[in-house]
Design a protein around this ligand. Structure first.
Ligand SMILES: *Cc1c(COP(=O)(O)O)cnc(C)c1O
Length: 385
């Protein structure tokens, strides 16, 4: 079976984790501080706060902006559900926005949504706009940033999948008030579980540090509990692992881009569409997601099953959050409320991609995709080799 992803763990990773364990200092110590310093440098930001997941990062980012009951957060409809769940965890309500052709939040749809909120008199309740850099390609941060600035609303980037991606040369996570990263094994850099927030705002960074550690404030040399906080800390052995991963991140991203270019070539002229990457954006290809032709419900799942039957692990792109049970039942969403998300969700399939995937494996993946598409009745299938 060709797996969706396989983290590359080498002797240097193992040695770093071993040294951290042998140090006897296991949680949030010097290795976490060094990992934060390196993350800040990598993204060109002044502060990085390491956490135990990106879900924690997003949750704290919203909390330090004062998000609470009665507030609204505007976010993309197409993401892993954590992006919306953190809004609910703050007691606030998510307001979803439809997609553009890159599977990211569409600036035009954002503008229309904010106009609706303004007309309803609720625009002042919006605490944040949260674009997601879907599959490792940044959203249109120029368009989104301009609309957010005009409305006076801070942007929190869900850059879970996008460490190392750029938009007109600017780093993912560096274009809003805060940028949030994930180090889950499905992401380009992993620490097992892990996450971080980067920001240039010292006051926000301080509140993030207080909230991740039980509400403890150590400024002034004493330990004081200033507000109820969480335990969202990263361990030393995860940070040690992360430091080694970060040192080879650019190499890993380059390998992913080469593999993505090979897929692009194998798919060219065929019935499955390669990912649309907009001009000025460098994707890190956290996932390589193809689009099936416009088709009826159920076909995508048949293709995924057909690929698995051919020893190739494939999966959906990501989630249509308003159509998941909790959000659909809580807010009464229906098909058609987010037409582009409906289409993207129904047509997307993630292909295996990892930095050491071989050309032969990629050929097998594309052959399995085309055969499964033919079996599912997606005709006019022509092989590309
Ligand atoms: C993976 C992911 C998350 C959650 O990250 P964790 O580190 O697993 O909590 C949030 N948002 C997006 C877009 C993701 O892909």
């Amino acid at each position: 079976m060709i797996k969706l992803t396989r983290p590359l763990i080498e002797e240097t990773d193992l040695a770093a984790v071993r040294a951290a364990l042998e140090s006897g200092y296991l949680v949030q110590g010097p290795r976490v501080a060094e990992f934060e310093a390196q993350l800040a440098a990598y993204t060109g930001m002044q502060h990085a706060v390491a956490l135990n997941s990106c879900t924690s990062a997003l949750h704290l980012a919203l909390l330090v902006l004062g998000t609470g009951p009665g507030d609204l957060v505007v976010l993309t409809a197409y993401s892993f559900t954590a992006t919306a769940n953190v809004v609910e965890l703050c007691g606030a309500r998510p307001v979803f926005v439809d997609l553009d052709q890159t599977s990211n939040m569409a600036p035009a749809a954002l503008r229309a949504r904010l106009a609706e909120l303004k007309a309803a008199g609720t625009l002042s309740r919006v605490k944040a706009i949260m674009p997601v850099h879907t599959f490792g390609q940044m959203a249109d941060m120029a368009g989104i940033g301009a609309i957010a600035a005009e409305a006076g609303i801070p942007v929190v980037e869900d850059a879970a999948c996008a460490l190392g991606a750029t938009f007109n040369g600017r780093a993912a996570g560096s274009m809003g008030a805060m940028g949030c990263f994930s180090f889950h094994p499905r992401k380009t850099l992993t620490t097992g579980e892990g996450g971080a927030v980067v920001t240039n705002d010292a006051a926000l960074a301080k509140q993030l540090r207080v909230l991740r550690n039980h509400g403890i404030d150590t400024d002034g040399g004493t330990t004081d509990f200033v507000r109820p906080g969480y335990n969202y800390r990263l361990t030393e052995f995860q940070a040690a692992f992360g430091l080694v991963q970060l040192a080879k991140l650019n190499q890993a991203i380059a390998a992913r881009r080469r593999a993505a270019a090979r897929y692009d070539a194998l798919l060219a002229g065929g019935p499955a569409q390669a990912p649309v990457i907009a001009a000025g954006r460098d994707s890190v290809y956290q996932s390589y997601v193809v689009l099936l032709p416009k088709t009826t419900a159920g076909v995508r799942d048949a293709v995924i099953k057909g690929m698995r039957g051919r020893e190739v692990e494939a999966t959906i792109g990501t989630w249509h959050i308003p159509m998941t049970t909790f959000y659909r039942e809580t807010y009464g969403y229906r098909p058609g409320d987010f037409p582009q998300t409906d289409a993207t969700f129904a047509q997307s399939i993630t292909l295996p991609l990892y930095e050491h995937i071989t050309e032969a494996e990629q050929q097998q993946v594309v052959a399995a995709l085309l055969a499964a598409m033919a079996d599912a009745g997606l005709v006019n299938v022509t092989t590309t080799r």
